[in-house]
Design a protein. Sequence first.
Length: 360
Amino acid sequence: MSFEFLVFSDFHAHNHTYCATRTSIPGIRGLYNSRLADSVAVLDEIVEYAKDHKIKHVVFCGDLFHRRTSVFTDVRYVVTDRLHKFVEEGITLYMIPGNHDMGDRKGNVHSLVGLGELSPYINVYNKVSLSSLDAVDFVFVPYTDSLDEAKNMLEKAGDLAALSPKPTILFAHLGMQGAKVGSDYVLVADSDISVTDVPSSKFVACFFGHFHEHQQLFLNGWYVGATHEHNWGDAGGSRGYLHVNVEDDGKVSFKQIKTSAPNFVVRKDEEIVVWKHNDFLKVITKEKFLDKEALKKEMGITHLEIVTDTEEDNTEFTLDTTQLSPLSILEQWVDKKLPQHLDRDEVLDIGKDILKEIGI
Ligand SMILES: [Mn+2]
């Protein structure tokens, strides 16, 4: 008998403003931000998938909410309502707070509070914890912005796993040196852990939240990746959740299930891209007089942004996603965008002073 579960991460529920309209959400009275409704639909898809595949355990790897210090009441309400759909189906939820769920740097206060207390089916782990299931053990490590604390927690997680006679799986919300971020919500920090900080040999698999691009980190370690795309920084990525299978002998396999939430799609000139009706489409064109409404109709799309690509300004500023510390972002901007008549070092110094002043 193999053991199956789903894991999703980096949900970032919020009243995002880009292309937002007011719309209804099934089962809840009133009108809501359409971007929030798109996110809610993702949770509905995960519940449906779990039901269809008779999966009774779903893990969440952090960043349920987007705003660190204030979660809008309607956001909290509809997300909590949907988490209870899992409970109604007899599905147990295991959740760790991500940095976006924390109201302070230490995670003393976090916005997942109350969810676990509402139901024995919802478990929230804000410190290193082991949860023992029939066939496997789960070990959870929440976010911390201290490298020492992260290393301590991972060591503790390894110690817990070593005591377990069952295949044990690690779930954590942490940044990893050298990994691809895949989102401009996330900053690479010096406090990010390294692959060697993870006691990976103690686990049959390690799943991480925080960076939004689904990717393999080491032999038995992966970023789950965000459930869906949130902004243009996500364009072109692959988003979804994972359906994981653990054999009796501890062999782990999984597949990524893509969600049908809107994608951010960029089409430059006559490039061939694939889109669906609810996507956000950005057309970059040299043509100056495109009829937007006609183009929307022709393409069968609701959200269209036309960017005129003139000869003078055709260098879009993109960041190196492996170099996202505040200082290296500053340096990249200065190197790529600074007008020639300004002195590079002088501007860099001013930028560094500003960073220091705001405490970065
Ligand atoms: Mn995060």
